[in-house]
Design a protein around this ligand. Structure first.
Ligand code: NAD
Ligand code: ZN
Ligand code: ZN
Length: 346
């Protein structure tokens, strides 16, 4: 079969012919219907040799957003049926620890120790004709949802959903939420905020086109993320409290901007995988402000996100690419010229 693999550090990923994998006991093979390209893949491919080899193998098939048709069952699998259309829950855990028992496999206490990694972020992922899923537990029915249009919900939907849900009690009517970075994750975050709250949503980005997308999907205001952003937000929202800042970039300039926007009880939520530090303390920081750095989301939250899509209140803007053209999806992601998410349909 064909697979998009990261083969050589610092080089673009390549389409390669690899053996079609066989499902072992308890495993499920999917015929992949769709695979999303995430900025985290670009981050992984930007690591130098020492950083990369500490966590990832070579070659590695990319793709941690996946959907497929159940194609072959390993020994003992009874929970799914050949022909089912499913989405892959990516942040695999042990399934047995306290966090996993709550469906929060993204926070599995034993994943590192047991060497459990998400597909595409430690072992072969979804950018291939077929992929292996370790357990039927990690498959959620897609029902009538179109795989290509919805595969990105497994990360670009689930991650902002989990981030927003953690701040939900603060996102009360009359308050403001700021979304920094309105690409793949950010443009879904805006829709989740609109669907689940009645806050005023402010979008910030460095790219005018992304700001247009932000407004198209429901942001009340959109401003360039620069030195004027704080004043622009204040002018637009008056004295309304900023309940939360969702930072989908996570580099020092956006973390600093978020810190400036923090007021009493504001949540500053760092989701973007950048290198940033934030200072907190009783003096010089507003009372009871919080900084959080959530990761991905739980299994039940993925079900909730898919229900939002089924209800028609969130949709992912997607640009689709064939598997042979999958490397272009990453080039476009790197250039910042995508509208929403790049999805590969093998
Ligand atoms: P993306 O490239 O689709 O979107 C990033 C957006 O940020 C773009 O619109 C870009 O123009 C904008 N941007 C860049 N610099 C900016 C700045 N200084 N100020 C404001 N906006 C800026 O990326 P994505 O796939 O949506 O991923 C977003 C981030 O989230 C990445 O860092 C990714 O690694 C991370 N991520 C984290 C998790 C998690 O669990 N914490 C999960 C998935 C992705
Ligand atoms: Zn991702
Ligand atoms: Zn666990």
């Amino acid at each position: 079969m064909k697979a998009l693999q990261y083969v050589e550090i610092g080089e673009p990923p390549q389409i390669r012919e690899v053996p079609t994998p066989e499902p072992g006991p308890g495993q499920v093979r999917l015929k992949v219907t769709a695979a999303g390209a995430c900025h985290s893949d670009s981050f992984v491919m930007s690591l130098d040799e020492e950083q990369y080899t500490a966590s990832y193998p070579l070659p590695m098939t990319l793709g941690h957003e996946g959907a497929g048709i159940v194609d072959k069952l390993g020994e003992g699998v009874t929970e799914v049926t050949v022909g089912d259309s499913v989405a892959v829950y990516g942040p695999w855990g042990c399934g047995r620890c306290y966090q996993c028992a709550q469906g929060k496999e993204n926070y599995c206490e034993r994943a590192a120790e047991l060497g459990i990694t998400p597909p595409g972020l430690g072992h072969d992922g979804s950018m291939a004709e077929y992929m292996i899923v370790d357990s039927a537990r990690h498959l959620v029915p897609l029902g009538d949802l179109d795989p290509a249009a919805n595969v990105a919900l497994t990360d670009a939907g689930l991650t902002p959903y989990h981030a927003i849900k953690g701040s939900l009690p603060k996102l009360v009517p009359g308050t403001v939420a700021v979304v920094i970075g309105t690409g793949g994750l950010g443009h879904v975050a805006i829709q989740i905020l609109r669907a689940m709250t009645s806050v005023t949503v402010i979008a910030l980005d460095v790219d005018e086109k992304k700001l247009e997308l932000a407004q198209d999907v429901g942001a009340h205001h959109a401003f360039l993320s620069n030195g004027d952003a704080v004043d622009a937000i204040r002018e637009a929202t008056g004295t309304a409290a900023i309940a939360a800042i969702f930072d989908f970039v996570g580099i020092q300039p956006t973390a600093d901007l978020g810190a400036k926007l923090r007021g009493t009880e504001t949540d500053q939520v760092l989701i973007g995988v950048g290198v940033a530090s934030v200072t907190m303390g009783t003096l010089g920081s507003p009372y009871d402000a919080t900084v959080r750095a959530p990761y991905w989301g739980s299994r039940s939250e993925l079900m909730e996100v898919l229900r939002l899509a089924q209800a028609g209140v969130i949709t992912v803007e997607t640009e689709t690419f064939s598997l042979s053209d999958a490397a272009t999806a990453y080039e476009r992601l790197h250039e910042g010229t995508l509208r929403g998410r790049a999805v590969v349909t093998p």
